[in-house]
Design a protein around this ligand. Structure first.
Ligand SMILES: CC/C=C\C/C=C\C/C=C\CC/C=C/CC(=O)SCCNC(=O)CCNC(=O)[C@H](O)C(C)(C)COP(=O)(O)OP(=O)(O)OC[C@H]1O[C@@H](n2cnc3c(N)ncnc32)[C@H](O)[C@@H]1OP(=O)(O)O
Length: 291
């Protein structure tokens, strides 16, 4: 599925343009961006994102370093999107590994504090940034691997599911899943679709209805992650796996069917509708709080 999106983006420039209009690149572009320089290895850092790029292998490693738990705030999401955009523009970068610099946590999902008691404008901007992250990762031209070296609930799980492959630390204290239901909120349908594309319909129904968080072993069993390794080995395994993937001829140029393109269009249209609804809902909440 991820590859289908990538192909659509490559073959439909108009769509890419539409996407970029929908996305929050506007505010993103105004911010500082980690630079990639033409040398064998480079490292670039924003406050919350560190990118190490090895030009000889064409593989970049994005370290999320937003303490304490890499929660996805507007600022953090913007940094992630800028870093990804930069890598995407560098055609020598063919693979991206995403991992966490925080102990025990890959990402705690959306920053709850950035969703509560904020202006409708902030909420709209925030929500756009969440969608942009999803679209950018899912539609990436690079091979993407999530090195899930800690817990990854809700939006953190979404982030990992937008990657081509997930390697998780085999530590039963960690968990991963879309647990929104348990928090009393409904996972947006495109979270759901992403999970369906990863683990199938029935597993997703169960996961979302019950707000399940899975141990690494359970996650492997349902296909939510692809591989478990000792936590010291997550990053090295990810880069080794990347090398194998990139050695496959034409891996970045696989052709895709119209079916996937239609599905992607549906997702896009629904996303626009959802975005409008979220903003209206946020405005209503805001108004009701005033009384
Ligand atoms: C703006 C929106 C506008 C319109 C949209 C409207 C509606 C949208 C509708 C639905 C949206 C649905 C989508 C939701 C997706 C999400 O991602 S929701 C977030 C769900 N996240 C969680 O449930 C994770 C909760 N956290 C944990 O389970 C644990 O913290 C974790 C396992 C990650 C780590 O555990 P541990 O190492 O023990 O650390 P602590 O629990 O002690 O936490 C450390 C500090 O971090 C703070 N924190 C944890 N998670 C978050 C978070 N998601 N956002 C902000 N802050 C977080 C925690 O409070 C501790 O802070 P403290 O040290 O106490 O100050």
């Amino acid at each position: 599925m991820k590859m289908a999106l990538r192909a659509c983006l490559r073959t439909k420039p108009g769509l890419t343009a539409l996407l970029s209009q929908l996305s929050c690149s506007g505010h993103a572009a105004a911010r500082r961006a980690p630079a990639l320089v033409a040398q064998r290895s480079s490292s670039s850092t924003s406050q919350k994102i560190k990118v190490d790029f090895d030009q000889s292998s064409g593989v970049a490693v994005m370290h999320m370093q937003s303490p304490p738990v890499n929660s996805l705030s507007l600022e953090f999401l913007t940094d992630v999107c800028i870093a990804l955009e930069k890598l995407e523009m560098d055609k020598s970068c063919r693979g991206l590994v995403v991992t966490s610099s925080q102990p025990k946590v890959f990402s705690a999902g959306l920053d709850i504090l950035d969703m509560y008691g904020k202006s409708p404008e902030h909420c709209a901007e925030f929500w756009k940034a969440v969608q942009e992250m999803w679209l950018k990762f899912y539609g990436s031209n690079m091979i993407t691997i999530a090195a899930v070296n800690g817990s990854s609930p809700a939006g953190g799980c979404l982030l990992s599911m937008t990657c081509d492959y997930r390697i998780m630390a085999d530590n039963p204290r960690y968990s991963i899943g879309l647990n929104e239901t348990k928090l009393g909120i409904v996972a947006p349908f495109w979270f759901k679709d992403t999970m369906v594309n990863t683990v199938g319909h029935r597993a997703t129904e169960m996961a979302l209805q019950l707000g399940l968080l899975y141990s690494p072993a359970e996650a492997l069993k349902i296909g939510l992650v692809d591989q478990l390794v000792h936590e010291d080995q997550v990053l090295t395994t990810a880069t080794e796996t990347m090398t194998k993937w990139l050695a496959i001829p034409g891996i970045l140029n696989i052709s895709y069917t119209c079916h996937f393109f239609h599905l992607w269009c549906c997702n896009l249209v629904c996303t626009i509708c959802s975005c409008v609804c979220q903003v209206i809902a946020a405005k209503k909440i805001h108004l009701s709080q005033d009384f």
